[in-house]
Write a protein that binds this ligand. Structure first.
Ligand SMILES: *[C@@H]1O[C@H](CO)[C@@H](O)[C@H](O)[C@H]1NC(C)=O
Ligand SMILES: *[C@@H]1O[C@H](CO)[C@@H](O)[C@H](O)[C@H]1NC(C)=O
Length: 407
């Protein structure tokens, strides 16, 4: 090899190395830039103002929306409306009803109790979810949802749906309980998606402003199942009830702390809780309801499995009322072993119903007790419904719980 050839090879190696270095440096820098760019376009989830708390007038109002049954929007026709209504009726009527309810009732929180989308009519679950929750997001109100038995029949699994819903603006939904939210013995696995609880604090500026005075449980009642070869609906599983009992125990400990703050006027043994899920429990079908306000129009389509939800609620003691959906034409509240079970009644125009019977929504109002001068814990829980008619007629107003009767 001549020395000229040697120099040529050396320079070649040298140039190659330099090019390689420059190339890697360039990729490194550009990928950094790209990442920085991506960071800039990431849209952050908009959060509602937290914690949830009672208004300074001592009230907290929840709008329950049951069975929106949303499909593809304007192209999805209404079911069970009068022949004269059919031509000008689509999912947009459901959206319009939601906007009217928000405007009329000005709720503090909105709870969707499942079948938010009717999967088989929704060609893209994400698109439908944006339309379903659009009016709520526009209103900037905090909201939460659970799943029904139809939500997963489109393009997302139940797990995907719950994580998507929990990432939407102003949503307080959670796929499942976060660590630290459960008692000392959190179950390793909780069945379903959408089991969580939210606490509502006392009125701003009151002695209980930093204490939970109302608790909201959300549970996944599943979709369908086959038991002993027979098709039936889903049910709330033991792992979910175990979690529920843990949360309830922990909350009752907190109520004792609140009693220390209040000193003289003790709260009842537990601040009241409400529960929200989709499929009714079997006792609603079989059990003797002690009182009924509203209409019991159809046989409750519950699971053939009784997992003991009612007994759990009774022994926990904090659940005063339960809000369900699923059976569209039922819209009653019925009393069972000290707990009210209330149907929302069908909200969505693409859900089955009865022609001539207006779609409807339920409102739940909590009122605080006035102490010497300041707001204390919850004194009363009321409910009523509104029809999607011209005047948004208000019907079936009733008191569900009163502290006087439980002290
Ligand atoms: C649906 O909305 C349209 C347009 O706002 C309205 O004309 C129609 O009466 C509504 N139908 C029902 C059944 O509410
Ligand atoms: C609640 O917490 C805030 C902020 O930590 C504090 O300023 C306020 O005094 C607390 N109120 C009560 C009633 O404890």
């Amino acid at each position: 090899m001549t020395s000229q050839q040697q120099i040529w090879i050396q320079s070649f190696v040298y140039v190659t190395l330099i090019s390689l270095c420059l190339y890697s440096l360039q990729t490194l820098i550009s990928s950094k830039l790209l990442l920085a760019d991506l960071n800039n376009i990431i849209i952050r989830k908009k959060q509602p103002s937290l914690p949830l708390c009672f208004r300074s007038d001592g009230t907290f109002k929840i709008l329950q929306v049951a069975d929106m049954h949303y499909g593809n929007g304007i192209t999805t026709r209404c079911r069970d409306v009068l022949a004269t209504e059919f031509d000008y009726c689509s999912d947009l009527n459901t959206t319009r009803f939601l906007k009217r309810m928000i405007e009329a009732e000005k709720p503090d929180f909105i709870a969707f109790t499942g079948d938010n989308i009717f999967g088989t009519s929704a060609s893209d679950a994400a698109e439908s979810l944006f339309e379903v929750f659009g009016p709520v997001i526009e209103s900037k109100l905090p909201w939460a949802a659970v799943l029904g038995n139809h939500d997963q029949e489109s393009t997302m699994t139940r797990e995907e749906l719950m994580s998507f819903i929990s990432l939407m603006d102003y949503s307080l939904s959670q796929p499942n309980p976060s660590a630290g939210n459960t008692d000392e013995h959190p179950p390793t696995h909780i069945d379903g998606f959408g089991n969580y609880n939210l606490q509502v604090f006392g009125a701003l500026g009151s002695p209980l402003a930093n204490s939970s005075v109302l608790n909201l449980y959300f549970l996944d009642s599943g979709d369908r199942a086959i038991v002993d070869g027979i098709r039936t609906y889903g049910w709330i599983k033991e792992s979910q009830l175990l979690w529920l009992r843990g949360v309830s125990k922990k909350l009752q400990g907190q109520t004792q702390d609140s009693n220390e703050i209040l000193g003289t006027l003790p709260l009842p043994s537990a601040s009241p809780s409400l529960a929200f899920f989709h499929i009714p429990i079997p006792e609603i079908r079989k059990g003797p309801l002690e009182a009924i306000v509203g209409e019991y129009r159809e046989y409750a389509a519950c699971s053939s499995v009784n997992s003991g939800v009612l007994q759990n609620f009774v022994s926990m003691g904090d659940v005063k009322a339960v809000f369900i959906g699923h059976d569209h034409t039922n819209d009653f509240c019925g009393y069972l072993k000290g707990i009210w079970f209330c149907y929302g009644g069908v909200f969505g125009y693409h859900g089955y119903g009865r022609a001539g019977l207006p779609r409807r929504a339920r409102v739940i109002l909590m009122e605080l007790e006035k102490g010497n001068k300041e707001w204390m814990g919850v004194e009363r829980i009321k409910t009523w419904k509104r029809y999607d008619d011209e005047k948004l007629s208000k019907v079936d107003e009733q008191v569900l719980w009163d502290i006087g009767s439980s002290r």
